[in-house]
Design a protein around this ligand. Sequence first.
Ligand SMILES: Nc1ncnc2c1ncn2[C@@H]1O[C@H](COP(=O)(O)OP(=O)(O)O)[C@@H](O)[C@H]1O
Ligand SMILES: [Mg+2]
Length: 256
Amino acid sequence: MDTTVKIDARDVNFWYGDFHALKGISMEIEEKSVVAFIGPSGCGKSTFLRLFNRMNDLIPATRLTGEIRIDGENIYDKGVQVDELRKNVGMVFQRPNPFPKSIFENVAYGLRVNGVKDNAFIRQRVEETLKGAALWDEVKDKLKESAFALSGGQQQRLCIARAMAVSPSVLLMDEPASALDPISTAKVEELIHELKERYTIVIVTHNMQQAARVSSALLIISSFITLERNFMVPILRVTMFTSPNSTPSRSTISSC
Ligand SMILES: Nc1ncnc2c1ncn2[C@@H]1O[C@H](COP(=O)(O)OP(=O)(O)O)[C@@H](O)[C@H]1O
Ligand SMILES: [Mg+2]
């Protein structure tokens, strides 16, 4: 079966100041797959994930070498519009971070920011998106209430809906269930399963069981400590595992 590469990272190195956080990582992520990054705290999972929508651009004194292509385009090329990129590559964070607005306005936010004025269209899109995020039945009678009135798990699904509303093709999720109780976690995981029909999803977790439940492929980033000229330098080893019933993915193994 033919597969399309959605995200292609080639020989990625990343520094915070002098600190070499990511070393020579290469991997391909297929379209409409869920890939999980797993590894101990501090090994570079979030750093790598944030490169896919240029969130690290906001951190001063950082440096990147190598290439990250999405749909064949190097997203660090000069001509790339970062706001367009972030519309296409949405992000969900560890702690639910709804805006201090109503449930409706949280989902409508991206559309309004992008200049959509047609209220009938916005209403339709909000409903469609909340249905897609498996939240509609729980909130349809209280769309005007504050998003903060929702439970943590509902807030996180609302944040996923907010990211979905502007029609991205990639969703990045950084430990999206780690602040949630087990029932909310199960709902978020179930949602991720459903969303992979439509989106390419990259999720960070440090929970091996969760990675196995939601993803078709795992990128394991292990961090080893070595002593080098009196500095402690973490070394990354990247391994790709593919479950037997998923389509094969390729990744290079590298360490330095
Ligand atoms: N803004 C930052 N400035 C400097 N160092 C950072 C910054 N963010 C992360 N780091 C460092 O980069 C390494 C990787 O961090 P991170 O990607 O957050 O790891 P993980 O998500 O796997 O826990 C860690 O050593 C961390 O301290
Ligand atoms: Mg992290």
